[in-house]
Design a protein around this ligand. Structure first.
Ligand code: T6T
Length: 329
């Protein structure tokens, strides 16, 4: 055992002893770590702060926590980056909540800090993104992202009709479980349409400006570009800017993921032809349900829970208002 692990083990042992003593003192049967049944603290750690997808998730989680008599505190990194999310996890560990709901920003790099939560007796639930290691999170709540990618491919093919041309995927950061799955679903499904030539995926680092630049560069190198699939909100917003700058709105069909207020405005004005919207508030609510069940020692339910996805176009926007993301609760 190295020095770091020994320190974590020691802290874990002290926390366990302290919790048992406290619980015995109040006449209750104690559980280990942060998860005694009278601990009502939950923490949500989204992928990035001030972003409508995660704000909507937070709203759903907060509502559900309140209903169940728990306090939910949210702490998010400034960027979608495991080196910024890790210190948040470490700080949360010290505050000993009963459970943590987390959207890991990398499917491998976040395993070690999340394991520390688990080792301290804190219940861990994944919301939205997930780790490759399935042994840390008790439950994982997300959209069926691969199916979302397939839906994007079918929607794009329908929009293009019989025309021929090239299609591009703009992805975010490799190692993000959700967007990797969306790109894979799209890539598999687009093969069904021989009139569409898939020219591969490019990464935007989750930066709208990089997405806009990649669209401009691809328009120069691939003059028959007929479609773009942007795998998330920032990438989609940037791709729409790129098409506007190049005067290609409507000529190149843009299918985005998510439904931020900017994306919805861009759908109305025709920069996007379709958006694959998720249901982040449900992800938050179901995440809290799983976390509270675990804290109370009840069955958590299935480990993988999938929430709705819907393809929104100008035609069906009106009846799908409940899927549009929020910027405050
Ligand atoms: O698309 C969502 C989320 O599902 C993904 O994991 C990361 O990007 C978003 O937060 C949108 O920016």
């Amino acid at each position: 055992m190295n020095a770091g692990k020994r320190r974590v083990a020691l802290v874990g042992a002290v926390l366990t002893a302290a919790t048992v003593v406290a619980a015995c003192g109040s006449g209750q049967v104690g559980q280990v770590g942060g998860s005694s049944t009278d601990n009502k603290k939950l923490v949500l750690i989204p992928g990035v702060q001030a972003e409508p997808f995660y704000i909507s998730m937070q709203c759903g989680a907060q509502e559900e926590a309140k209903k169940l008599g728990y306090d939910l505190n949210t702490q998010a990194p400034q960027k979608f980056d495991p080196s910024l999310q890790t210190p948040i996890v470490t700080g949360v560990l010290a505050s000993k909540p009963a459970a943590v709901l987390i959207a890991p920003t990398d499917d491998k790099a976040m395993a070690s800090p999340m394991q520390q939560l688990k080792d301290a007796g804190i219940k861990v639930v994944e919301v939205d993104t997930s780790l490759q290691d399935k042994s840390i999170g008790l439950a994982s709540i997300s959209s069926d992202n691969e199916q979302g990618g397939r839906k994007a491919a079918d929607t794009l093919a329908q929009l293009v009709g019989n025309k021929q041309g090239s299609v591009l995927v703009l992805n975010t950061i490799a190692g993000t479980s959700t967007t990797d799955a969306r790109a894979k679903g799209f890539e598999d499904e687009i093969k069904k349409y021989p009139n569409l030539k898939y020219v591969g995926a490019q990464y935007t680092n989750n930066e709208p400006a990089q997405a806009a630049a990649k669209v401009s560069a691809t328009l120069s190198s691939t003059p028959d570009l007929i479609g773009v699939f942007a795998t998330n909100l920032n990438t989609g917003e940037g791709a729409a800017t790129g098409l506007r700058n190049a005067g290609k709105v409507g000529q190149v069909n843009l299918v985005g993921f998510d439904a931020s207020p900017n994306e919805v405005e861009d759908l109305k004005s025709g920069s996007f032809q379709a958006l694959i919207a998720q249901d982040p508030a449900s992800i938050g609510r179901k995440g809290v349900d799983a976390a509270v069940a675990a804290v109370q020692g009840k069955p958590v339910g299935p480990r993988e829970v999938q929430t709705d996805l819907i393809a929104i176009t100008q035609q069906n926007l009106q009846q799908n208002q409940k899927y549009l993301y929020r910027t405050s609760c």
